[in-house]
Design a protein around this ligand. Structure first.
Ligand SMILES: O=C(O)c1cc(C(=O)O)c2c(n1)C(=O)C(=O)c1cc(C(=O)O)[nH]c1-2
Length: 229
């Protein structure tokens, strides 16, 4: 195997190629996208994914806590505000609660986390723990699954209104809001990753980290699929 470092472009292409393992291809997501899920399955997914949503700001707070670079922190902190909101902006977590209400879950049912299954809890906790313990550049790299997220949000916006007419389309605002935010996040995440992982061994390490995060998302859907057959 060659030990020569990939060029920046080739390294980025290698990272993007890992999209083949994104949870967009998981059977549960494929079924969701094709309109094959029943209300209980959609509700189960929304209630379980809420655990991911509420943990993202803590994950991003952990990255900031480990990062001595002020310029990076100034940009990274926006991610916390995106989800928690600020001032009159309610933020992404509240938008997810509105999605929950649109599919027939109560605010209380979401916040109680009583529907969160063990596999989802373990997977999300593994992500937060990684961000707490790894060098901050590695934790940044693990967020790069967001490279593949705009397409998954766009698919939902395109397909849910026809397949799931029982869901109020106003509830889909979370997905709409994430498209541009994910693109902005990825620009920064790639800047850090392409600049930090420069030797071939480091670049291979970055691919392993991205795979670890892909596996977290995949494992979440495995657990959800099993809980809501
Ligand atoms: O709906 C999805 O499939 C999906 C996937 C991901 C992702 O790829 O990690 C994120 C999101 N949504 C999302 O909404 C979000 O805010 C987000 C933040 C992050 C991250 O790792 O920091 N990933 C994701």
């Amino acid at each position: 195997m060659s030990t020569e470092a990939w060029s920046r472009d080739e390294f980025e292409a290698q990272l993007r190629a890992r999209g083949a393992g994104y949870h967009i291809h998981h059977p549960f997501n494929v079924n969701m996208n094709e309109g094959l899920l029943g209300p209980d399955q959609i509700r189960g997914w929304v209630a379980n994914r809420f655990y991911y949503q509420v943990n993202i700001p803590q994950k991003d707070g952990a990255i900031i806590a480990n990062c001595p670079d002020r310029a990076t922190r100034r940009r990274w902190v926006r991610r916390i505000l995106d989800h928690d909101g600020w001032g009159d902006n309610e933020g992404g977590i509240e938008a997810w609660v509105r999605l929950g209400e649109a599919v027939g879950l109560t605010r209380e049912a979401l916040w109680s986390q009583r529907h969160v299954v063990p596999g989802v809890r373990f997977a999300v906790d593994a992500y937060v723990n990684f961000a707490r313990q790894a060098p901050w550049q590695e934790a940044v790299c693990s967020s790069l699954t967001e490279m593949f997220a705009p397409k998954i949000h766009k698919d939902r916006l395109a397909n849910w209104p026809t397949h799931y007419a029982w869901i109020d389309p106003d509830g889909l605002q979370y997905f709409r809001s994430r498209i541009s935010l994910a693109e902005r996040d990825v620009e920064h995440g790639l800047e850090v990753t392409l600049g930090h992982f420069t030797t071939r061994a480091q670049q291979e390490r970055a691919l392993e980290i991205l795979q670890f995060k892909l596996d977290i998302l995949w494992a979440m859907l495995d657990a959800i699929e099993k809980a809501y057959p």
